[in-house]
Design a protein around this ligand. Structure first.
Ligand SMILES: Nc1ncnc2c1ncn2[C@@H]1O[C@H](COP(=O)(O)OP(=O)(O)OP(=O)(O)O)[C@@H](O)[C@H]1O
Ligand SMILES: [Mg+2]
Length: 354
């Protein structure tokens, strides 16, 4: 999937632009505040109906304007040409894809597979288990149709069990929800584990020869130690009543990112973490393609920040190898221009692109 044409109207300082990106790397350069991130934000709005910077669309719509519009000509993996567009006012969203109205954001997210990296993406390593679960669940929604239904059923049962634990309750009231939790957990854990195995193959490839030790992703599925979830739920009612919540299960899962024996978060420098996260996201995009047969668009904001010259050259080479379309931003280009042969460089200045 790639964009052959992209039009953006009224997104932050971008009033009206029309560009023709190439099928590989598109680099947007320009000074601070010129509109580089705004351009990536526009692509994100088209694919997900919201910005990656803020949940408030009011901040994204250009000041003194009532609506923003982002549209694109798309070429999919079957070489079919399609048109898509989004229009957002303060209160309303209208999405079209291939001549039809799109009713849900998740439908559009599947229409335009997208993987992005911003300077905030480091929280995947340095943040909380919740950040990593969110990453995993989001990936799972994209690769496994059944996942979202299992996930919802599990969350509902968990919420009900936790509510009951906090109030007057009997074992038999808990039992029904616990049965749903155990059944869903087995399947959720299996889906997650399968995905991590697929992902690991691409991840090994992406970080081959980058760090001296091998990098791995390990799933801690949140299960209780040594016993099954069913046994835990059955035998822990008294203790969980005192605590008022459920201590184990897929809702407590976490991912461990390791390099050799060490957790990356504890031993890597900022630049090394950035390199690691870039590889994670490129591998995620490759995993999506291997399952869904549609190459996601990669958005990388400030790709060069915090990376030395050698590492910048290496990551650019990695983006060049990526078979899909890539949108990058950077404040300057001079040092890396030689790697960018066959790519397009756009200069952004006060919301205009040339
Ligand atoms: N709602 C808005 N309406 C108009 N302009 C806005 C709005 N929100 C932000 N801006 C301006 O849009 C410009 C673009 O910001 P953007 O973050 O895209 O810059 P950038 O090129 O990524 O800069 P940097 O290199 O610092 O990251 C900024 O000058 C900002 O002040
Ligand atoms: Mg920026």
């Amino acid at each position: 999937m790639l964009f052959t044409e992209l039009r953006v109207k009224n997104v932050r300082n971008i009033s009206n632009i029309n560009i023709e990106p190439c099928s590989s790397i598109n680099l947007f350069t320009g000074s601070n505040g010129s509109g580089k991130t705004a351009l990536l934000e526009a692509v994100h709005v088209l694919a997900r109906a919201r910005s990656f910077r803020t949940p408030r669309i009011k901040e994204v719509i250009q000041r003194d304007r009532e609506l923003l519009q982002v549209s694109a000509e798309v070429l999919n993996s079957q070489e079919l040409k399609l048109a898509t567009g989004i229009e957002k006012t303060y209160g309303q969203t209208t999405i079209r894809f291939d001549g039809k109205a799109v009713k849900t954001v998740s439908e559009q997210a599947k229409n335009i597979p997208l993987v992005f990296v911003t300077p905030d993406s480091q929280t995947l390593i340095t943040g909380s288990p919740k950040d990593r679960r969110h990453w995993l669940d989001w990936a799972m929604f994209h690769v496994e149709q059944e996942y979202i239904f299992l996930w919802r059923d599990y969350q509902t049962a968990l919420r009900n069990r936790n509510n009951l634990l906090k109030h007057e309750n009997s074992d038999s009231q808990l039992l029904g929800w616990e049965k749903v939790m155990s059944e869903c957990a087995t399947k959720l854990n299996a889906f997650r584990q399968d995905f991590i195995e697929t992902f690991q193959v691409f991840f090994n490839q992406a970080l081959k020869n980058v760090f001296p030790a091998e990098s791995r992703v390990v799933l801690n599925d949140g299960s209780p130690p040594k016993i099954s979830l069913e046994e835990y739920l059955d035998g822990s009612k008294e203790q969980d009543r005192k605590l008022g919540y459920t201590r184990f299960g897929p809702h407590k899962a976490d991912l461990g990112f390791l390099n050799g024996p060490d957790y990356v978060s504890t031993v890597f420098s900022r630049g090394q973490i950035k390199r690691f996260v870039l590889a994670l996201q490129v591998s995620l995009a490759c995993s999506f393609e291997s399952i869904n047969k549609e190459m996601p668009i990669l958005l990388i904001d400030e790709y060069s920040a915090e990376l030395d010259e050698q590492t910048q050259t290496e990551v650019l080479a990695q983006f060049k190898e990526y078979k899909g379309q890539v949108f990058l931003t950077a404040v300057e280009t001079s040092k890396v221009l030689n790697v960018l042969e066959g790519s397009k460089v756009f200069h952004v200045e006060r919301g205009n692109v040339n």
